[in-house]
Design a protein around this ligand. Sequence first.
Ligand code: ADP
Length: 151
Amino acid sequence: YTGKTGSELLTEKLKKFKVHEYQSIPIVVEEDVSVYDAIITMFLEDVGTLFVVKEGSLLVGVLSRKDLLRASIGNQDLNSIPVHIIMTRMPNISVCRKDDLLLDAAQQLIEKQIDGLPIVKDVEEGLEVTGRITKTNITKALVELARDEHL
Ligand code: ADP
């Protein structure tokens, strides 16, 4: 018997969760696709955040639902505006790496008031997007923890 309280045991487990254990597949668009096509992608892929890349996987920006809504206000032709005009761009993107603690990712979401983070891998050319962690992933981890499925 360790003498630890239930809450100490829970905390201990929670501090072992890594982002890669709970990640989702990242949905990406190239920087020159139109705002219109990004909106279509967001609906078809059923995600709230798109990552903008160049050359297939190098992170250059983030698009949230509200970024796309904001760009849709007014009479602009959404087919003629590329997403790189409206995205939040590097180096102002909060990221995490696959072995980071889920708890640290959660803290970044709170501090930056955002819904998700790209999981990236460092490569010579920059940051390669390999995954996605969102409030939904973190909620799932919490439910598993409470139901004691993560032993
Ligand atoms: P929404 O804007 O739809 O409420 P978010 O709260 O996730 O969604 O996004 C708020 C703002 O922060 C948006 O402008 C978005 O581009 C930006 N953003 C989202 N995720 C990140 C991130 N990981 N790093 C930096 N900025 C981000």
